[in-house]
Design a binder for this molecule. Structure first.
Ligand code: HEC
Length: 114
């Protein structure tokens, strides 16, 4: 009986994890089809997936691509779906960057190795 309970609990764990689309690598959250349709034509989806940002910063990136990289305009509903997806699936994360290099270890300032 206990084994059955544990097994049924274990079986439910994968259902909590977000499914990943095998060909794009995108998390299959609501709106992922829009992102697949609009965000993989010029660069790899990996460039999208590797980024973490809040909604405003995602919007800034989209506006930058529209202003300088020939990204097309979206209708309001599509843009909202894309932004909801990006801000939810790839939100800001703390500690994604290494700590600054200590000044003594910067090129030109380090003591020569003995
Ligand atoms: C019309 C072409 C085009 C499309 C479509 C496009 N991008 Fe880009 N994007 C670019 C170019 C060009 C760059 C710069 C690539 C580089 O630096 O190597 C870029 C860079 C990026 C970056 C890196 C920005 C940074 O600051 O490092 C992200 C993230 C990104 N795009 C996300 C998206 C998302 C999300 C979509 C869909 C809404 C999208 N792209 C659709 C052209 C496009």
């Amino acid at each position: 009986m206990r084994v059955a309970v544990v097994l049924s609990l274990l079986a439910s764990i994968p259902a909590l994890a977000v499914e990943i689309d095998a060909s794009s690598g995108l998390a299959k959250n609501p709106g992922w089809e829009q992102v697949r349709a609009h965000c993989g034509g010029c660069h790899s989806y990996a460039l999208v997936i590797s980024q973490r940002a809040d909604r405003q910063t995602w919007l800034d990136m989209i506006r930058w691509m529209q202003a300088t990289q020939n990204l097309w305009q979206f209708d309001a509903a599509t843009e909202a779906k894309i932004l909801d997806y990006l801000a939810t699936s790839y939100p800001p994360q703390p500690n994604r960057r290494r700590a600054p290099i200590p000044p003594g270890l910067m090129p030109g300032t380090a003591e020569p190795l003995q």
